[in-house]
Write a protein that binds this ligand. Sequence first.
Ligand SMILES: NC(=O)c1ccc[n+]([C@@H]2O[C@H](COP(=O)([O-])OP(=O)(O)OC[C@H]3O[C@@H](n4cnc5c(N)ncnc54)[C@H](O)[C@@H]3O)[C@@H](O)[C@H]2O)c1
Length: 454
Amino acid sequence: MATTKNKKTKKSELKLKKNSITAPKGKLGVLLPGMSGAVSTTFVAGVEAIKAGLGKPIGSLTQMGTIRIGKRTDKNSPYIKDFIPLADLDDLVFAGWDIFPDNCYEAAIKSGVLDKNLLDELKGDLEEISPMTAVFSRKYVKNLNGKHLKKGKTKMDLAEQLIEDIKRFKKESGIDRLVMVWCGSTEVFIQASKVHSTIKSFEEGMKNNHAAIAPSMIYAYAAIKCGVPYANGAPNLSADIPALNKLAKQKKVPISGKDFKTGQTLMKTILAPGLKSRMIGVNGWFSTNILGNRDGEVLDDPYSFKTKEQSKLSVLEYIFQPDLYPDLYSDYYHKVRINYYPPRGDAKEAWDNIDIFGWLNYPMQIKVNFLCRDSILAAPIVLDLAIFLDLAGRAGLHGIQEWLSFYFKSPMHGENLYPEHDVFIQLMKLKNTLRYLQGEDLITHLGLDYYDFA
Ligand SMILES: NC(=O)c1ccc[n+]([C@@H]2O[C@H](COP(=O)([O-])OP(=O)(O)OC[C@H]3O[C@@H](n4cnc5c(N)ncnc54)[C@H](O)[C@@H]3O)[C@@H](O)[C@H]2O)c1
């Protein structure tokens, strides 16, 4: 009897009051630090192309995904966008910052991801979008040098200028809500330290130009201060520090990150859970790739590469759980290489050699050769993050949004939790969060109730 009662209490606790999500009325401003980059321009031009009926939003869960509601026998699987109130593509308005002044059309042409013919059809709209001056220092991205920069005596001055930019953009474009997605370059490796520990120490640090406060942290600070949900698409810490976590909770702002999960790491988090699910052992996983875009050039610097390497390496460790499966994963060798190779541009080629072993330790091998397009895979992630972060804000969620781990290589997570890297668990978590927000039953996939045990 007691058990049934407990069960009931738990179930109702998991239900949010239906309709507690405010409607997505008006325009949603999407702020992009790194606006002239390959990912940003592919995202913005892509959304414009889709709005004009020139292409489909392939890769976007918010636009193409469905969600099952109720039992399998109910046959009720609406589109996610019909199930829960999301911002419409027609309501998205773009703004951002970059160290280069090119407008979105010029920058998209230089990035070389989308065909010139397609960009020419969108030229009018894209030329109207130009980046604001950036907060930047070469100390944090050594291989870039731009002149379209803000000036300020302290990092706090610079943060205040970003806050002014955000307020001005909101006022001038008459938008209702904002989100920010960091699409700027990968910064040098910085470890969280004392200056990042509290809001006070962080603000003091900004006033004193502390070296461990990178530009991406200043953008994140400005966003959170303005109540703007923030996502970080690069592996640098940015909002993933206790001070900004606390500020996000205090200001009731959703935050998420880090490092868009595309290409090689996406493949890793698809393959590794499959191998583990069948108790197949792994001796080694060697990943290398060539890419020739500006991101590749930035990552050619060992300090920026170190930030990326940490992000890419952590994935397998958490999926394989060697402490739980010492016979299978305690001794595997994992190597990740990124090689800057200009002729390939954004069309990356990735190779994985996986040494595995099965029954009685007999060895086998898997080879993966992925000819991917980095920004084509990243653009729908930016779209989904913008739309889901806006949803989180309207639903009253704040702080770290673990349900958005699906999109990241190094998902931000609670202090005493390990990150969830398995892409299938991440998707289940995401969809169950949507069901939860709409007051629907969560799906456990138990399914015993379909069978008659009488
Ligand atoms: N494309 C992918 O598949 C993928 C996957 C995971 C992560 N990422 C990350 O996403 C980010 C963007 O990738 P990309 O291919 O567009 O790179 P990119 O080099 O084409 O674009 C980055 C842009 O950021 C700008 N920038 C750098 N520092 C800035 C600052 N402080 N303020 C404003 N602008 C700044 C640069 O000038 C550049 O235009 C990178 O950090 C990359 O590592 C990309």
